[in-house]
Write a protein that binds this ligand. Sequence first.
Ligand SMILES: C[S@@+](CC[C@H](N)C(=O)[O-])C[C@H]1O[C@@H](n2cnc3c(N)ncnc32)[C@H](O)[C@@H]1O
Length: 255
Amino acid sequence: MKTVLIIGIGAGDPEQLTVQAINALSRVDVFFLLEKGPAKQALVAFRKAVCERYVSDRAYRVVEAESPARERRPADYGACVAALNRDKQAVFERLIAGEMADGETGCILAWGDPSLYDSSIRNIEAVAARQPGIAFEVVPGISSVQALAAKHRIPLNAVGGAVEITTGRRLRARFPDADSVVVMLDSAEDEAFNAYVDQDLEIYWGAYLGTPDEMLIAGPLKQVAAEISRAKREARARHGWIFDIYLLRRRPAKG
Ligand SMILES: C[S@@+](CC[C@H](N)C(=O)[O-])C[C@H]1O[C@@H](n2cnc3c(N)ncnc32)[C@H](O)[C@@H]1O
């Protein structure tokens, strides 16, 4: 049997790994580091630093592989993601077959929490379903959603209200029914929040949360949208990439 651990490592702060995650790291024989795109260097460096910091009593191997990339603006988003996941599964199949001996434990270090906008669980589940002798376990992590709420010192939901977690692409198409909406994966070029600047919304925005480059802006959307756009543009020019997330909340009606 080969075992693959999918461990959530938090969204950029090495002190936000759980005790369970730290203990799980010490079971690992081989870490698989797959990344792509402009953030690749920073995200791989963070994962290596996590291993060096928390695994001291065991020799381990690190295998880096190129993660397949997807088209930025595909005509058919669903088909494009399905094709990308097939390519990723082929990479994992090759790595598990070629880089792990029977009885060994491999590991994918998932950014934030593996349950949220991360394909690792789906892909490893698909590989394990096709190939006998592969087990997998999931260890949760602190997601960028929790990091955002903590940094702004806010609860996610209004009292008794619903929270929807969505993407910039979906927000552009339609504003959800929930009182509180968390938006991830909003591309720097589009900034979906700009479609709603005429509405009575509060925004809590954060970029590079948990890292030394962290940025936070909050206030009525009408008043701070331009400041956020400017901050995003400048940060992206400086770093070459940006990870940002925000909560939009309807402001209570006056009267
Ligand atoms: C592919 S998703 C992965 C989410 C991750 N699984 C999680 O639990 O946070 C990447 C998106 O997460 C958000 N994100 C991740 N880390 C972040 C951070 N440190 N600061 C701000 N946003 C972050 C951004 O919206 C980014 O586009």
